[in-house]
Design a protein around this ligand. Sequence first.
Ligand code: ATP
Length: 227
Amino acid sequence: MQKVAVIGLGRFGMALTRQLVASRVQVIAIDSDPELVDVAKELVDVAVELDSTDERALRSQGIDKVDALVVAIGENFEAALLTAVIAKKMEIPNIICRATTSFHAQIFRQIGADDVIQPEEETGRELGRRLSNPILEDLIDLGEGFALIEMHAPVAFRHKTLRELNLRAKFGVNLVAIRRPTGNTDATSGEPERRVIGVPQPDEVIHPNDVLMVIGSNADLAKLPRE
Ligand code: ATP
């Protein structure tokens, strides 16, 4: 079982902890604030009050043995940086740091963080994308200018076969899968239940309520119809 240490249990760290627990990941939750540690104790087996800039205290809780460590401290950059340096020294295989500014992000990368996230910026960008492109359901950034998007079938694509649409030639993108409503409703989410057509064939016809999973460069994806 994956073991992850979450350092800093503010709104970000606590939301991360909840999600990891829901995904059956073993979490060691750490904060210097005893009240937050008490809240975390309701969620995880191990929640500890300690100062994460204290290497001995971290080691005493077995933090040096985790598979991944997330520095979720936001405002206190000095503490976040020291924690990341200690994690690096303990040779934790995957260190992820939360940065509040691009400059902090750069410093985390320089000291060897495996991943750096800037939640405020990323959420802002994501909202911008969704507002400017209402048919976009989801986007996974693949790096180097490529992405996998989930989009509602544009009006211009409906009732056409993939052969007719010829997306590769016309837009330079690949349709990799289609999520099509089954007509039933999912009991837990209340959302329409969908089945996945994993390898769509040239004669597949696009239905009006299909969600299309499309891969391509950001520039080519931006040329797809938006209504
Ligand atoms: P969020 O934006 O996630 O709600 P916040 O603004 O409440 O966070 P931050 O200052 O960003 O608070 O810090 C996040 C958490 O990290 C806090 O709960 C704080 O107690 C904890 N924290 C800060 N420094 C340390 C440290 N050295 N050791 C352990 N926990 C720390």
